[in-house]
Design a protein around this ligand. Structure first.
Ligand code: PEP
Length: 350
């Protein structure tokens, strides 16, 4: 199956009207490969403006949205509002939302309110299973159980415990749950979603890349339901975003680092005795592993059609080599999407 290459720009909190007009004019001049889908993630306040000046072959995305249609959520925007100003994409789960701006705290606080509801729902569903014995309820309960298995022990969270909990597994489960709700609501509202996943440097260095991205994608599966056509996955290793470092593009080339052997930056692994060597996977390796996971856990059709973007310090200089990898179906580009070189990145498969 051919997957249309899809390149996203993530302007983050950059640009004013003059700069934005200049960027759009540069894209209009292009020339841009007409076989590539282009989606620009702009600051919320400029969504309508960019929509009004961008050519029709460039789709516009919000960089985040809330998980409810309206209400008392000061500072948030809803999928309905994004659609109302003529845009039809949203980027969700970007690591900067969680790690830099403290969204984790907000999400956790929000999700804590949901725990009691979820527990009650679980009990209700268990009762129904007993009566109805249907696979539908059984599968729902398993999903819910996966989400909250790590938090069942904590019936009540005290405010002062939040900081401590941030470092524990159960909070990852909560964060994933919140992201899931955002994705679900955005898709149900008619938006297309670029869903970001990716491991931190610490996770990569302890050999947990696959474990982390599989957990993140697992959390998204129930939210996506049958709307896989409206989703693009963005694999964005957190350590590669805005750092100038990229996951090596070469397919199949795994860098095996043994205890005591120097890393690229000259530091050494601690002595970890007989533990397994750590395998640093290339971008292609992780993309292929994700596709394989989707094939096993969702379906081979979805695995064949889902587009997986790579994000993390993509530039005109490395885009061609990355684009040549068979499981890399596009890019999510931060810094370089503000520069004229974005045109070359869009054209990387030409
Ligand atoms: C991003 O913001 O999603 C990103 C990948 O940034 P950068 O290209 O600057 O690393």
């Amino acid at each position: 199956m051919t997957r249309k290459f899809v390149v996203g720009g993530n302007w983050k909190m950059n640009g004013d009207k003059n700069q934005i007009t200049e960027i759009i004019n540069n894209l209009k001049t292009g020339p841009l490969d007409t076989n590539v889908e282009i989606v620009i993630g702009v600051p919320a306040i400029y969504l309508a403006y960019v929509k009004s000046i961008a050519p029709s072959n460039i789709a516009i995305a919000a960089q985040n949205c809330w998980k409810a249609p309206k209400g008392a959520f000061t500072g948030e925007i809803s999928p309905a509002m994004i659609i109302d100003v003529g845009c039809n994409w949203v980027i969700l789960g970007h690591s900067e939302r969680r790690t830099i701006f403290g969204e984790k705290d907000d999400l956790i606080a929000e999700k804590l309110k949901h725990i009691e509801f979820l527990l009650r729902l679980m009990v209700t569903m268990l009762c129904r299973i007993r009566h109805a014995q249907t696979g539908f309820y059984a599968s729902k309960i398993i999903i819910l159980n996966l989400r909250i298995k790590n938090i069942l022990a904590c019936e009540k969270f005290e405010d002062e415990k939040l900081e401590e909990l941030l470092n524990q597994d159960r909070c990852q489960a909560l964060t994933e749950l919140g992201k899931t709700l955002q994705v679900k609501h955005a898709l149900e509202s008619g938006l297309k979603v670029i869903a970001c996943i990716g491991e931190t440097l610490e996770e990569r260095e302890s050999g947990k890349t696959e474990e982390v991205v599989f957990r993140q994608i697992q959390a998204l599966v129930p939210a996506i339901g049958d709307k896989w056509n409206d989703v693009v996955l963005a694999y964005e290793p957190v350590w590669a975003i805005g750092t100038g470092k990229t996951a090596t593009p070469q397919q199949g080339r795994k860098q095996t680092l043994h205890p005591g052997v120097s890393r690229d930056n000259g530091t050494s692994f601690p002595d970890i005795g007989d533990e397994k060597p750590i395998v640093h996977q290339s971008a292609q390796d992780v993309h292929a592993a994700l596709r394989n996971w989707i094939s096993t856990n969702v379906s081979s059709d979805v695995a064949a059609q889902i587009r997986v973007q790579y994000g993390g310090s993509v530039t005109a200089a490395n885009a061609r080599e990355l684009a040549a990898c068979p499981d890399i179906d596009g890019f999510l580009v931060g810094g370089a999407s503000l520069k004229p070189e974005f045109v070359d990145i869009v054209n990387a498969t030409k």
